[in-house]
Design a protein around this ligand. Sequence first.
Ligand code: CA
Length: 690
Amino acid sequence: MHTSPAAVPKGPAAVDGARIVAADREPGNWMSYGRTYSEQRFSPLTQIDANDAKRLGLAWSFELDTAHRGQESTPLVVDGVMYVTGAWSKVYALDAQTGALKWRFDPKVPGRVAVNACCDVVNRGVAVWKGRVYVGTLDGRLVAIDAATGKPDWEVMTVPPGGRYTITGAPRIVKGMVLIGNGGGEMGIRGYVTAYDANSGKKRWRFYTVPGDPSKPFESPALARAAKTWTGNWWKYGGGGPVWDSIVYDPKLNLVYIGVGNGSPWSHPRGKKSGDQLYLSSIVALNADSGAYVWHYQETPGDEWDYDACSPLVLADLKIGGKARAVIMQAPKNGFFYVLDRKTGKLLSADAFGATNWAKGVDLKTGRPQVVPAARYGESGKPFVALPGPGGAHSWQPMAYSPVTKLVYIPVMTASFPMIPDEQFKHRAIGWNTGVDFNAGSLPQDPKIQAQILQSLKGYLEAWDPVARKVAWRVELPHPWNGGTLATAGNLVFQGNANGQLVAYRADTGERLWSADTQAGVLAAPMSFAVGGEQYVAVEVGWGGAFGLAAGELALKSHIASNIPRVLAFKLGGTAALAPLPATAAPLLDPPADSASEAVVTKGKLLYHGYCSSCHGDSATSTGVLPDLRYSPILNVKTLWYRTVLDGARINNGMVGFKSALSTADADDIRAYVIHQANQGKNAAAAAKH
Ligand code: CA
């Protein structure tokens, strides 16, 4: 097995552009987020293949000190050292052969910023360059860490003070510049991506994705043009367009491609007849040296369904209609699989890869989706049950492309969501600003309707043929919210799932070959590396994220209850084992008696879905990531409830105090609603037993 090039630079993380461009010459390493600049997540290693995958066993495990939070990181491995992040933007350097900790860097993210994170306090990984490890922290810093010692060399604040931005995405390094975006589309921000000098941290360029206040000069001609596609006072609400995940680079074309997110707020009051609102929900190509706009393609003009175009972008060379094409591919939240010419941005194809009801298709001549009129709930003011919902048909969980099978492996989700305009919408300093009424859209109490909705939830591992424009094979999964994928030259696809398994499938047929218990649901993508002549497959496990926190009862369906955050590494003949889980769960606390009036419970429900549900779950039902408030000890002691909900007694865990937005009477009403839900839940459990 070939594992290393003739000359490896000295010192840890001695990675540069030449090395990443020639990554296939050292397949034992995984030196950038998607392994290569094309981000195909394809490992050329072949020691583990479809014949012997059944002999895989655990080589080592490393437990992350982040409590029960979602883990979304792709580990990098350079010359035998693994660099991986955990929740709260913590960074770990591990011996890739043994899992032994070399160093740990805790950026000490303040707990108060968790309230600005739409989708858990996650982090998707680091970049490495010339002896340094770079991480974007949840509170908006970019930190350069000495790869040898784990001590910070420099850090810069990349977001404005008081801005409700968070960083969860992995930095990318291009020509000695660290590129980093940010999130906050649900809070009220103006999106951008910035390039910093990798050596000094000095800002080199910044590209804003949406126009700012039109009474001031626009930062670029591209933004002046974009402003013509907006109406209303969008800039007062931020406008949105966060670059929260995908950034890829083509060294030949010298282009950087970014995936741009939804508008802030999702719909009303950005403008009811709102125009296309560039560059929301678009792929934008930028000049790598200057950050100047080169081309864009907008997937969802006038987006009002939270259809971020932030899902991973993958570069490939395909033969389409007998012609060699350099393409960029994306399977974004809106449910259509896009193939574009990556030099010009010309749309080559767009086809539904998942269930969609908001558009009938995409017109290849105009490049525009054929939007169903009823889907425009912002314009009509009438609710629309959107499919996909805001979770998307596919979100950030990385997809892999195999140049051997020529298939893309997508973790697909089917989950609809009622988009109901919030006519009382007022921009808030704390809590979400979507313009959508989450209370009206919460899961109805009627068990029959609940069962229907639960049945409609599905997950798939889908092998998509981007040339034939259709599904090659797919495997149905019991839960919608699963892990990213890895493809290998051993004719394998690896994916972890919500049920707590890492699974190997045959890449050409989807046949299930092997699985291992992970003692936690999996969201992150596996990766592969080689050290000491042995190939490994590693994955970070730990469930949470957007759907894991917010979906309540919907997220509970069939996902594994234990949630131990770890990095797991497997190899052929591995004999390590995880400690067995405790045989029985701790008994649930009895809630106080449900004595409040219906009016109070209703008021509490409204407030709960305005401020609490995005983290503690729809209908006060949590899924093992954050505490289920129905069985929390603080529910039984009013003073503890106030200290937590209003005063922020648990701010270090990410639970801020809401006293700037909620009164003591509000806190009482929310408590009454949670007590009501706890008693409902207890009664339902008792009924199920009889
Ligand atoms: Ca979003």
